[in-house]
Design a protein around this ligand. Structure first.
Ligand code: C2E
Ligand code: CA
Ligand code: CA
Length: 735
């Protein structure tokens, strides 16, 4: 027997050379022949290959074997006693048996061969066969079986891995896509549906630019057209894409945009045949970072905004201001910084509670915003303090216009707890660069200007004036020393007599406060009373005054009992909040003084704050038996209406009118009118600031008999007055 070549065979799969093993023990053969001798020699021939051999000598037997187990190859005799080989092949085919068939036939008729080949026989050998040919054919069948099994395995593995990749790609949290050389989508995974609300099939063939937010188009053009690959390709480029729906659940900000970070790379042919690789398109992966982005934005937002009003906070304000300042500097332009503080906001908080206070601040914010332009920055520094930058100022008028508009916008009542509520603001304005070249300087100066408004009329605005800084500095010092003055006993009451012009008799005195300032000497009331009013010192000052005048008056009463009328100047603040009638009544009782000896001087502004309350207080005083005088009569606008509203006994003609009387032959209609009014209403009249004989004469001639002024007496200390009284009683006693 010749050498049979059992050498291993190489075959190529996917470009790799693979080895087919020379035999595999699993290879099963079914040998079918009714000729026992033939079967025996077949077994003899094949057994050396190590295959598993099974024999059958009838068709029935063969079919039984085929039904029982799996065979890879059938060596089949066509002519069997019970059936033909063709019938067995039909059985194989009909039952889907995966076995090759080699027909070994003694039949010389061509039909037998054709019938076998038609039924898919792997080989056909005519008996007597050449054993080498048979072995070769069997080995070919074995190799074929092996390759088929192998291919099946591979293709199922491929199918599985293909499915795996598809699964991975479609379930990727990222959008994975390819673009063709024209920038049109050639592939995109399912993720795009959920993310952009666009069906991926719809996207195929569309240009990427249809997805990109207009503002990011330039950047997008670079990444989406990425032609570089490897390390030089685009990495982590942030872009915004348009999205059709808010499928991704609640978004805080913009539902129509998502932010992605994109990595892309150029794709080229792999064909080794070409020296130059052809550009096929771009492959990219886009990750949705919208939520992270928004979380970042939220954090940044809170770091730079006031939570209550949503306005920029101090940090962002300073940032915007510094940008506006650099711009103004470049353009040699001016800008305005405003400091705005609500007037009496504390009272709202105290009355309605903080929640309502917050509500008011929100309402105020809306009105402030309505007064400013797009480029202006309104910020809340905290509490009821707001700041405003107006860049690009043409003139100061621009700032004035905005300030007026703001005050105007605040004028209509707000609604808190269904109640109308009025609130005004004080605004200080500083101009860059004139009023300061740094942020802090500008803010400080606007703040000082704002305080200037606060201390005066409120509900108004003021430009910063460098002179204010000095006076306000002085004010602080003065305030501190005035507080000390109270405790150190530096205050003293002076008294200025009121004289009956005809008789020359002293009919009363007006109490005037003085401050023995340790450094500046004796200060008149005008030098510290306005400050005391401003800083809220008027109540302790008035308390002190009340007890001082009562002490002095009780001393004088011992010299000339109950004759002297004492006039007190009453601070509006004291009347407002000082329980003045009660305190006065207490003090009078304590010092044994009759209320009839006291006159209270009020000015018109007493009723500006709360006329109803002023009226009630004054009525209480009247009921005590105290009389009331209107001080500085004629200079205000509501003097006349007072006369009807309040229980008045005395009118004091203001110094300004008295000063006008300069000629004995002159005619002074205002003075005459005031005198006529007093006469008509049966009121007592006192002329103030009488310095000359002409004045005294004119007034007396016109019907005003009581005078107060330097012509008669300058204000004097309690001690001096006491001595004067002593002298007077001594003279009367002599007379
Ligand atoms: P007033 O009530 O109009 O007081 C009269 C002011 O005129 C006093 O100034 C007095 O010294 C001054 N005077 C008197 N005679 C003449 C005169 O012939 N010519 C001129 N040019 N002035 C004269 P004073 O004491 O400086 O007081 C200024 C203002 O301060 C007072 O105006 C009054 O409104 C207020 N004031 C003074 N003392 C008190 C006080 O104890 N309590 C309160 N609440 N206010 C006071
Ligand atoms: Ca007075
Ligand atoms: Ca006066």
């Amino acid at each position: 027997m010749e050498e049979i070549d059992h050498a291993p065979l190489m075959f190529e799969l996917n470009g790799d050379r693979q080895l087919v093993p020379p035999f595999n023990p699993e290879f099963r053969l079914l040998l079918v022949d009714d000729d026992a001798r033939m079967l025996g020699s077949l077994c003899e021939l094949l057994k050396g290959l190590g295959h598993q051999l099974t024999t059958a000598s009838t068709g029935k037997e063969a079919i039984e074997q085929l039904s029982r187990m799996k065979f890879d190859l059938i060596l089949l005799d066509l002519r069997l006693p019970d059936m033909t080989g063709h019938q067995i092949m039909d059985f194989v085919r009909d039952h889907g048996i995966d076995a090759h068939v080699i027909v070994l036939s003694g039949d010389t008729a061509i039909e037998a061969a054709i019938g076998a080949l038609e039924r898919g026989a792997f080989g056909y050998l005519r008996k007597p066969y050449d054993p080498r040919e048979l072995l070769k054919l069997v080995d070919n069948a074995r190799q074929r079986t092996y390759l088929e099994a192998h291919n099946l395995q591979i293709s199922s593995r491929l199918e599985r891995s293909e499915r795996l990749y598809r699964y991975l790609i479609d379930n990727s949290p990222d959008v994975i896509y390819t673009l063709n050389h024209e920038g049109k989508f050639s592939f995109v995974n399912k993720r795009v549906n959920a993310l952009l609300g666009i069906d991926r099939d719809e996207l195929i063939g569309k240009h990427y630019s249809e997805l990109v937010h207009e503002d990011d188009m330039d950047m997008a053009t670079n990444v989406f057209n990425e032609r570089r690959s490897g390390d030089r390709a685009s990495r982590n480029v942030e872009l915004r894409l348009k999205c059709l729906t808010g499928l991704e659940g609640e978004r805080y900000f913009n539902n129509t945009l998502i932010t992605i970070v994109l990595n892309s790379t150029g794709v080229y042919t792999r064909d080794k045949a070409y020296a130059k690789h052809e550009f096929l398109g771009t492959y990219g992966v886009a990750r949705d970072i919208t939520d992270r982005k928004r979380a970042d934005e939220l954090v940044t937002y809170h770091a730079y905004h006031d939570v209550l009003t949503g306005l920029p906070n101090r940090i962002l304000f300073k940032d915007r201001l510094s940008i506006a300042m650099s711009q103004a500097k470049r353009e040699r332009a001016e800008l305005a910084v405003m400091f705005l503080d609500l007037d009496r906001f504390k009272r709202v908080n105290d009355t309605f509670g903080h929640a309502k206070g917050d509500e008011l601040l929100q309402q105020v914010t809306a009105r402030l915003q309505a007064a400013i332009r797009g480029g202006d920055t309104l910020a809340r520094l905290g509490g009821d303090e707001f700041t405003l930058v107006l860049p690009n100022l043409h003139t100061r008028r621009d700032a004035e216009a905005v300030a007026s508009k703001i005050l105007e916008n605040l004028r209509a009542p707000f609604e808190i707890d269904k109640q109308p509520l009025h609130i005004s603001a004080s605004i200080g304005i500083a101009i860059f660069p004139g009023d300061g070249e740094t942020i802090d300087e500008l803010l400080r100066h606007a703040d000082i200007a704002m305080y200037q408004v606060k201390s005066m009329d409120k509900d108004s605005y003021h430009f910063y004036d460098s002179k204010i800084i000095n006076s306000s500095h002085q004010k602080i010092i003065l305030e501190q020393s005035l507080r000390n003055a109270l405790t150190q006993g530096e205050l003293e009451m002076y008294y200025q007599p009121q004289v009956d012009a005809t008789s020359g008799e002293m009919v009363g005195v007006e109490a005037l406060m003085r401050w023995n300032h340790p450094a500046r000497g004796l200060l008149g009331a005008t030098e510290f009373i306005p400050l005391a009013e401003e800083v809220g010192l008027m109540i302790p000052l008035s308390d002190w005054m009340l007890s001082a005048v009562c002490t002095d008056l009780s001393k004088w009463n011992r010299v000339c009992p109950s004759e002297l009328k004492l006039s007190l100047n009453l601070s509006p603040q004291y009347l407002d909040r000082g329980n003045f009638p009660e305190k006065l009544s207490e003090a009078l009782t304590l010092h044994g003084i009759l209320p009839q000896q006291i006159e209270v001087e009020i000015t018109e502004n007493i009723s500006i704050r709360s006329p109803q309350q002023a009226m009630e207080q004054l009525e209480k005083l009247c009921r005590l038996g105290v009389t009331i005088a209107i001080d500085d009569f004629g200079i205000g606008y509501s003097s006349l209406s007072y006369l009807h509203q309040f229980p008045i006994h005395t009118i004091k003609i203001d110094q300004a009118f008295v000063r006008e009387i300069q000629s004995a032959s002159g005619h002074y209609p205002v003075v005459l009118a005031i005198i006529a009014i007093a006469k008509g209403l049966g009121l007592r009249l006192v002329a103030e600031g009488v310095e000359t004989e002409i004045q005294s004469h004119y007034l007396e001639q016109s019907g005003c008999g009581t005078m107060q002024g330097y012509l008669y007496h300058e204000p004097m200390s309690g001690e001096q007055l006491l001595q004067m009284l002593h002298k007077h009683t001594a003279l009367s006693a002599q007379g």
